[in-house]
Design a protein around this ligand. Structure first.
Ligand code: ADE
Length: 247
């Protein structure tokens, strides 16, 4: 089980995605859990303020320390091992091997069959707990907004992650990208896996060979002959020749 607690002022910008498609499936299968904490609840004064102007001058508002520390400390009070991620343009650039690392910190599941067996209800109807299924990871994603954040916030952050060399309005889109790219690697989330081993992803995903579905001929654009041949060896060779690797 991987859990993400998302600290944000804009839950409505994030939640619909996590309630759709594969993310929803991961939750339904008990493989992922998403929780939200409203930073405003920890705001200061009658206006529940969470930001202020920068010392030394400059445009815009910065996220203040007090609400952020209070929110994170409250989450960590019930799970001291939770790790804090902050999306920021000055972080380490996110990529597939980082996503793999985060997904594999789950401790590794056994086969999907073993996991399903472990989940079968006991005679009394309660769920059977398999110790290996109890391997948990909990990440707190702090979504900054406004022009930035007080630098001292970084003292309680474990991972600074950048989605690329451009500046976004806030941490909500990066949070979704980080979550999606990790959760899809958890065995059982995507359909048709040959193996539930995280290791099966470690030699790169052959995502980039061209793929085709019906019809064979669409407006004169034909599916390559080899893919219709039924010759699995030749198809594998063609795919390998035409593929790029996710690094
Ligand atoms: N916040 C604003 N821009 C960002 C980026 N490029 N990556 C991560 N977080 C951000």
């Amino acid at each position: 089980m991987i859990k993400f607690t998302i600290i944000t002022l804009f839950r409505e910008a994030i939640e619909p995605y996590l309630k759709s498609s594969m993310m929803e499936k991961a939750v339904r299968k008990g493989l992922a859990e998403f929780d939200f904490v409203n930073l405003r609840d920890f705001g200061l004064g009658p206006h529940k303020s969470v930001d202020d102007t920068p010392y030394g001058g400059g445009d815009g508002m910065l996220l203040r320390c007090e609400p952020v520390f209070a929110a994170i400390e409250q989450i960590k009070a019930s799970d001291p091992d939770a790790k804090v991620i902050i999306p920021t343009p000055v972080g380490e650039i996110w990529n597939q091997s980082l996503a793999r690392e985060f997904a594999s910190q789950l401790g590794g599941f056994r086969s999907a069959a073993a996991r399903d067996l472990a989940r079968e209800p006991r005679g009394d109807g309660s769920e059977r707990r398999d110790p290996e299924c109890d391997a948990n990871s909990h990440y707190i994603i702090l979504c900054p907004h406004y022009e930035g954040y007080d630098e001292r916030i970084l003292s309680i952050v474990d991972y600074k992650i950048s989605l690329g060399k451009y500046v976004l309005t806030g941490g909500e889109l990066p949070a979704l990208i980080i979550i999606d790219s990790i959760v899809r690697l958890i065995p059982g989330v995507l359909g048709g896996e040959q193996s539930a081993e995280i290791e099966s992803f470690s030699d790169g995903d052959n995502l980039e060979y061209p793929q085709y579905t019906r019809p064979e001929d669409f407006r004169g654009m034909k599916v390559p002959e080899i893919l219709l041949s039924g010759n699995h060896g030749e198809i594998a060779k063609w795919r390998s020749e035409h593929s790029g690797q996710v690094k």
